[in-house]
Structures are given as C-alpha cells and as structure tokens.
Design a protein around this ligand. Structure first.
Ligand code: NAG
Ligand code: NAG
Ligand code: NAG
Length: 319
C-alpha cells in the first residue's frame, strides 16, 4: 500500500500539451463520459434501464439515454461545476468501515473539513442525491466492475460506503494487497468488484523506478474477468507518466523518461492511446456486451513539484 502511495506521488503534473492529444483521441474513439466523482452515480437513475447488451462502441451516454427515453430530457453530466453542499456526504469515517487507514483523512489529522461539502451540478439539470436503495433495486441480480488504478479504487470504496447505508456488502475475494476485491450483496444478489489494472495492458516491474509495458497485450487480470460483468467502468492515464520501456511483439519500441539512451522517447499520449485502442478493440470484438463507461482523466495530487522534491497538495477547494 505504501509502495503504491509512493508511486502515485511520483506522477508529475498534467500538462496541457501532453493531455491535448489524448483528449482528441478519446473524443474520436469513444464518447468519453467523465465520471465526476460519485456525483455520477446519481445519474444512474437515468441510465440503469439500459441493458448491458447496448452497443459499446461510440455510444455517448446522452444518446443512449435519449434512445431509451425519447421524451426524457437529455443532460450532459460532464459539463457543470462544483457547488456548496451544506448537507455533506451520506457517509463518514465513522459509518463506513471500508475506508483504508491511509485514506482516512480525518483520522490521520487533516484539519479542514470543507472538502466534504461540495456536490456536482451539471449545467443543464440537477442531480438528485444518491439513493442507495434505488441503486440496489435497479442493480438486483447485476454485477459491476471497476478496472483501473487507485483513484478508481477510491470510487469503488465510496460506492461501497454509500451502499453500506442499506446493506453491508460481503467480501468474497481480495488479493494480498487489496488491490483487487469483490463484494457481494446477498439481499440484492449484486456483485461489485474492483480490478487493479493501472495500464489496462500487461506490465512488469524492472526495478523500483522502471517498468516494462506491453502495448499489444491486454492485462489478463481484467480481460479474463470481462465476461462476468454487466457494467464495466474503465479508466487509465495517470500511470503512463512513470518511467517505462514500451514493448510491442516483445520488442522494445521506445520508452518514457527513458532510462536507456538508445530508445525513442514515446511520451505519455502515444502509449496510452495504444493501450486504450487495444482495450476498445477487445470490447468491440467480444461477444459479451456489457454496458461500458469510460472515465477519462483525473488531476494529479501534487503541484509545484513531486512528492519527494517539494511538491505540495494544499488545495482545499475544487479546482
Ligand atoms: C474519524 O475521524 C475522527 C476525526 O474527525 C477521528 O477522531 C476518529 O478516530 C475517526 N474514526 C474512525 C473510525 O476512523
Ligand atoms: C443472481 O444473479 C445471477 C446473475 O448475475 C443469476 O444468474 C442468478 O440466478 C441470481 N440468483 C438468484 C438467487 O436470483
Ligand atoms: C498553495 O501553495 C502555493 C505555493 O506555496 C501557493 O502559491 C498557493 O496560493 C497555495 N494555494 C492554496 C489554496 O493555499
């Protein structure tokens, strides 16, 4: 766990040039639906009636909603702003036991609490507060999986915390580091899982600094489980900032923050584009057609440097 925190801390700031090309690909290859924290789960109300069989390729969420509910107002949840929410979150560190120690800001002495009192307001509609009973009723006999990095695990835990207001989910699986976990609701026959696959493609550590990333091989941790789920939420991006050597056909094709001089610097965008393309091709070809949600990018934690050289994370309000 500490190891992972360290790695996350090393990720440098997002820079506009770097993210621009990625944004363009994303817009082209899939209508990226920005999951804005858990505010978006509130939105589920509008799309849970979509069947998992709905085509995944080029399916903008709003279009899907429109087709299913032609008369229902279409709202782009990804455009909006954070507004004050005096009523605060529906769970706290006292009511939810799924918060890991290193994430328990209050217990670890974070002095301010203002960060708890915000909610996402889409420009053209209002999101009702998340209703865990409604969610579980709609998700009866269904299954969800989150595939991505530790920020995604936070989303998974947040959802778990909100659902635990109705029913404590039972853990049916976890790996040794709790990076992959499966929970189950006996009353609703609902399965919720998180799978650790920060690159979506296969990778191995060379040393504590550098990784080998195989841009043409999916991370089997998720691809082998894909058929089990009705709803699949994927994310990625952040980890591509780490130093890595990229492979295709088991041959080194380049690297990022190159540890060796004889390799081409590939940057962040190109490897991420390939990993995402491989993922989307797999989904488009697979017979199993779950409802797929793609979460684009999250901002970095540290600014003005990295965690080990003077970087700080002093923001107390939404960016
Ligand atoms: C929750 O946070 C408070 C500080 O706000 C702390 O005193 C308490 O120990 C925490 N409880 C748990 C169960 O983590
Ligand atoms: C639970 O849900 C699964 C589908 O996810 C279904 O196959 C199974 O029959 C359900 N079990 C019960 C007891 O309804
Ligand atoms: C955070 O620290 C930076 C650098 O010291 C400073 O410029 C900035 O105003 C601070 N931001 C907040 C929100 O405190």
């Amino acid at each position: 766990m500490a190891d992972e925190k360290v790695m996350m801390g090393r990720e440098p700031l997002l820079e506009h040039e770097k993210t621009k090309s990625i944004k363009q690909i994303l817009l082209k290859s899939i209508a990226g639906v920005l999951l804005v924290g858990f505010a978006c789960y509130l939105f589920l109300d509008s799309f849970t009636s979509l069947t998992p069989e709905t085509e995944i390729n080029l399916l903008p969420l709003e279009k899907a909603v429109n087709e299913q509910h032609p008369k229902k107002e279409v709202c782009d949840v990804s455009t909006g702003e954070w507004i004050p929410n005096p009523s605060g979150p529906i769970y706290t560190n006292a009511t939810c036991n799924h918060i890991q120690n290193h994430q328990n800001c209050m217990k670890n002495g974070r002095p301010d609490t203002g960060y708890l009192y915000w909610r996402w307001k889409p420009s053209n509609c209002d999101l009702p507060p998340f209703d865990p009973v409604k969610f579980l009723n709609k998700m009866r006999d269904k299954s969800w999986v989150f595939i991505g990095d530790s920020i995604f695990r936070n989303h998974f835990q947040s959802l778990t915390c909100m659902l635990s207001k109705v029913e404590e989910l039972v853990e049916t699986y976890h790996d040794s580091a709790y990076r992959c976990q499966t929970l189950f609701s006996p009353n609703y026959n609902f399965t919720l899982a998180v799978i650790w696959a920060p690159y979506l493609v296969q990778y191995e550590s060379i040393d504590s600094e550098t990784l080998n990333i195989h841009l043409d091989i999916l991370d089997s941790k998720w691809s082998s489980e894909y058929n089990k789920y009705d709803y699949v939420v994927i994310s990625g991006g952040q980890w591509f900032y780490r130093s890595a050597i990229m492979y295709e056909n088991n041959k080194a094709v380049g690297c990022h923050n190159c540890p060796y001089e004889n390799l081409r610097e590939l940057g962040v965008g190109e490897p991420y584009r390939k990993a995402l393309q491989l993922t989307l091709n797999f989904m488009a070809r697979a017979e199993h057609k779950p409802f797929v949600i793609f979460r684009t990018w999250t901002p970095d934690h540290f600014e003005y440097g990295k965690w080990y050289n003077g970087g700080i994370c002093n923001r107390t309000k939404p960016f």
